[in-house]
Design a protein around this ligand. Structure first.
Ligand SMILES: *Cc1c(COP(=O)(O)O)cnc(C)c1O
Length: 465
């Protein structure tokens, strides 16, 4: 019999209680957090869809690995296992361990960046952009035009626009390009995959101009699932082989292992070029740690090496992608405007469309984030003008291309009934959408403002009562 229901391919051996709350309590908690869900305490949250980063449940084998982690300062056994696992995946010669993705980014983009340099990506993730801009360089996003239409179905909506890439490199001068970065899957662009063909094309353009080509490979296993499922010629390849082929076209990669390596902390930088690797290793030692641990405990490296293998297990990946699609497709059928097709690690709601009565300078995405929390204790994040908006000379908002809300699904953490609870909440969101009001920013920092900004409702006290 072929079942329609995709069951979680694991049993639960250890449980973590959720602290339940009432709507009245949540009104208070959200006010205290200045309407910024990053400022909530986790005990004030029922379903935490803030991020899939570092929130995975580790397997029994990974926890077993934690116990045999080798905490030696130099040449740790656990490092050797991690290095072998990363080399096997990337095929790159030089592997630098880092405590998370942005540490790898600060090192590589600090080294390659600086005034006058340009980086080009399908979409730079927020920490990637921040590290590049902090170095003085500019970060340009050139995903294919289809990626900006949330309703449009395209199998590889994460692809970069290769024609524009070629033109941009010529325009800026190849010597001024810090690197071309493909983000797989394209997190900020909706968790949409990048095709192998696109990767090959980018590689050819970079080779032609002698420009460095890097992979931001946080979700390379999820991306491999989509390639096997949607791109011709990969039906009989394993997910791991597909990922390995993708890396084979690149000069290096940065990974936040908090995503597809199924660990709570960790990351790495991988490089082919010795000169760049040597310079980066110096930077690593100054701020992260010695080259055989880079800020990680031996036990973390042990768990990372195991996670990097587990993530390519076909039953895991099938459950992962199909359970995310289950939530997304249900919302779509109910009439919630979601980004289509459903991405790998998250469901993205098109808040501009849902709340068409809220202007973009009143942040419809942040309004939905607040509603989801108040109604059900569901914590999500805005990926729109709060995260990516800029100001012009007159202080007017230059909005982001889309106003999305991301429901990021932690790996192996929530069961189907948790998901049903979320679906039920959206019925109420739809019923009350016309009463929902916009949000204003009261206080904000210069970089990565979504983490710490303070907000308020535009007409406070109206809908929440
Ligand atoms: C999470 C993430 C990063 C940054 O990694 P951290 O571990 O959070 O520092 C970079 N790029 C992408 C695409 C990500 O999803």
């Amino acid at each position: 019999m072929k079942h329609k229901v995709i069951i979680e391919p694991f049993k639960i051996k250890m449980v973590e209680p959720i602290s339940m709350s009432s709507e009245k309590e949540r009104i208070k908690y959200l006010k205290q957090a200045n309407y910024n869900t990053f400022l909530l305490k986790s005990d004030e949250v029922i379903i935490d869809f803030l991020t899939d980063s570092g929130t995975s449940a580790m397997s029994a084998e990974q926890w077993g690995g934690v116990m045999i982690g080798d905490e030696s300062y130099a040449g740790s056994r656990s490092w050797l296992k991690m290095e072998a696992a990363v080399k096997n995946l990337t095929g790159h010669k030089y592997i630098l361990p880092t405590h998370q993705g942005r540490a790898a980014e600060r090192i590589i983009y600090g080294y390659l960046g600086g005034n006058g340099k340009t980086f080009i990506s399908n979409t730079h993730f927020d920490t990637t952009r921040a590290n590049i801009e902090f170095s003085g360089a500019e970060a340009l996003d050139i995903a294919i035009p289809e990626s900006n239409d949330p309703a449009l179905i395209h199998p590889f909506k994460g692809n970069i626009d290769v024609e524009r890439l070629d033109k941009l490199i010529k325009e800026k001068g190849a010597e001024n390009i810090g690197a071309v970065i493909l983000t797989v899957t394209n997190n900020s662009g909706g968790g949409q995959p990048v095709s192998m063909k696109n990767t090959r094309d980018v590689s050819a353009i970079c080779k032609k101009h002698n420009v460095l080509f890097l992979l931001d490979c946080c979700r390379v296993a999820e991306n491999a699932y989509f390639i096997k499922d949607r791109e011709e010629g990969f039906e009989n390849k394993t997910y791991e082989e597909i990922a390995q082929e993708m890396f084979s076209y690149t000069d290096g990669s940065a990974m936040s292992a908090k995503k597809d390596a199924l660990v709570n902390m960790g990351g790495f930088l991988s490089l082919r070029d010795k000169k760049i690797a040597d310079a980066c290793t110096n930077l690593l030692i100054i701020t992260e740690g010695f080259a055989t641990y880079g800020g990680l405990s031996g036990r973390d490296m042990e768990a990372l090496a195991i996670g990097l293998k587990e993530v390519f297990d076909p039953s895991y990946l099938e459950y992962r992608i199909k359970s995310t699609a289950y939530l997304g497709n249900k919302l779509h059928e109910m009439g919630v405007p979601v980004m289509m097709p459903i991405g790998g690690h998250a469901v993205y709601i098109d808040a501009k469309k849902l709340y068409s009565h809220i202007p973009v300078n009143q942040y419809p995405g942040q309004a939905l984030v607040c509603e989801l929390y108040l109604k059900a204790g569901i914590r999500t994040v805005e990926i729109g003008s709060v995260m990516f908006g800029k100001y012009d000379k007159n202080g007017e908002l230059i909005p982001a291309p889309m106003e999305l809300v991301r429901l990021a699904i932690p790996r192996r953490v929530y069961t189907q009934s948790h998901i049903e609870y979320v679906i039920e909440t959206f019925e109420e969101i739809l019923k009350t959408k016309d009463q929902t009001v916009g949000i204003k920013i009261v206080e904000e920092p210069e970089f990565l403002r979504h983490f710490t900004a303070k907000f308020d409702k535009v007409q406070s006290e109206s809908v929440i009562a």
